[in-house]
Write a protein that binds this ligand. Structure first.
Ligand code: CA
Length: 461
């Protein structure tokens, strides 16, 4: 077996190496690791990925073409679903999908209350519930960064120490970051969802709002089975179709799933090393930089101009010259030429962060700042560095969606362009509020709070 290189800093080095090792892919594997449930213990295997996982390439090797019945479908009990299925099955086969696989994926689907309930409020509640946007960030963090996850995360680092050694060397992704995502996505594999991916995605397609997305994911499921990357009966998911211990959509599985132990299956559902390697591969492909921080909590000098918290990246030399320093003391440990963004998740009185590229990499998993912050805090906390140091300003009243709309409307009327009145306090609202605050000599942090709304309303009356 080819030895893995020492500590590649970037996955491109690993990819180059893997391309070399790939030549040995046809060689019979060494003893595969014992498949097991990574969530419930057992020591991780020390067998490195024998064939070398190849980014973007097939993870399995089908010996024989998938075969089986090709129809007809058993009625689902929902006429819209049946009509959609006949049409979609024809389109899938016209695209070259194996008719037996098309049948295996789509036979047995049935309407789910979550998507196709007669009661519209039931269906829409489930789909619209996005905790990252609905809660105060500190409330979200309280449920995402728990004591139990921090302790279990530390245990998992020990339990899978050998696996993480291989993953850091192969993909250049920090073990604590992988563990943090594993924690948030499925509580270390203990809750991977009990939906069938094909069924939940079929429901999403029939429901209609995300039809082309859902159909694309179903095609990906078909390719997974056609290629023997996983078996039809393995394709379990959460309610939105994300699969396995690190919650991969089928298309992500197809492009990034990895077979750690070389048994021919990227078993992201029940074999933790396969799931962890897959997550590492995905983070690496998204640009993860080993040895770089995701973010550093900072202190600012009094009188600091918070307008610098504008979403723009600036060099560390700039941030240093503006007087920012790590809240825990000491040096930043980051080169002057590195870029970072200053972020105030809850205004000038709350925790403040310089964010680096890895923060954006976390967001490729789930595009919410609160999610990425939770991943970062968990990763640090698993290593024993709990954060944030500063206290969340829970005493400053936040705004309801309706109040945010009032804020946006009033800022627009005052000539500060807050953009669309949508009730979401995004970067446009923040910038408009910052300009308003700056013009009045207020602390210009752009934090959409009750005091800020009061000041804006007072100026408009
Ligand atoms: Ca495997």
């Amino acid at each position: 077996m080819t030895r893995l290189p020492s500590k590649p800093q970037r996955w491109v080095y690993a990819a180059a190496l893997i391309a070399l090792i790939g030549a040995c892919a046809a060689t019979p594997q060494t003893t595969p690791g014992t498949p097991g449930n990574g969530a419930s213990g057992g020591s991780g295997p020390s067998t490195p990925p024998a064939s070398g996982p190849t980014p973007g390439d097939p993870v399995g090797t089908p010996d024989v073409a998938f075969s089986g019945p090709t129809g007809p479908f058993t009625p689902s009990g929902n006429r819209d679903m049946d009509a959609w299925r006949e049409d979609f099955a024809d389109r899938a086969k016209a695209q070259g999908r194996n008719p037996a696989v098309v049948y295996a994926i789509l036979e047995g689907i049935s309407p789910l209350e979550l998507y196709l309930s007669e009661d519209v409020s039931v269906a829409s509640t489930g789909i619209a519930d996005q905790a990252e946007f609905a809660k105060a960030i500190w409330d979200y963090l309280r449920t995402a960064v728990t004591e139990s996850r921090l302790q279990t995360g530390a245990q998992k680092l020990a339990e899978y120490d050998d696996v993480f050694d291989v993953l850091e060397e192969t993909y250049g992704v920090d073990r604590a970051a992988i563990s943090a995502i594993w924690a948030i996505e499925t509580n270390f594999g203990s809750y991977i969802g009990n939906y069938d991916a094909a069924n939940t995605l079929s429901n999403m397609a029939v429901e209609g709002r995300r039809r082309s997305f859902a159909e694309g994911q179903l095609i990906a499921l078909m390719k997974i089975v056609e290629n023997g990357f996983a078996r039809r009966e393995q394709l379990g998911s959460g309610w939105a179709g994300a699969m396995g211990q690190t919650q991969f959509m089928p298309s992500t599985y197809l492009s990034h799933a990895q077979d750690y132990d070389g048994d021919g299956i990227a078993d992201v559902w029940s074999y933790a090393p396969d799931a962890l390697a897959s997550a590492a591969h995905y983070l690496a492909a998204s640009g993860y930089q080993l040895g770089e921080p995701w973010g550093i909590e900072v202190l600012a000098p009094s009188g600091f101009d918070w307008a610098y918290a504008d979403g723009n990246d600036r060099r560390m030399s700039t941030w240093r010259s503006l007087g920012l320093s790590p809240i825990r003391g000491g040096a930043f440990g980051v080169d002057d030429g590195e870029y970072a963004e200053l972020w105030l998740p809850a205004g000038a009185t709350g925790p403040k962060y310089l964010l680096f590229r890895n923060f954006d990499v976390f967001k490729t998993y789930n595009n919410a700042n609160s999610y990425a912050l939770a991943v970062g805090l968990l990763a640090d906390g698993i290593r024993g560095q709990r954060g944030p140091v500063a206290i969340w300003p829970t005493d400053i009243p936040r705004l309801s969606t309706q109040e945010v709309m009032t804020l946006q409307q009033t800022l627009n009327e005052l000539g500060y362009s807050a953009g669309p009145v949508d009730g979401i306090a995004g970067s446009g609202t923040r910038k408009a509020l910052q300009n308003f605050q700056k013009d009045r000599g207020m602390v210009a942090d752009g934090y959409a709070s009750k005091p800020a709304l009061d000041a804006v309303l007072a100026a408009a009356s």
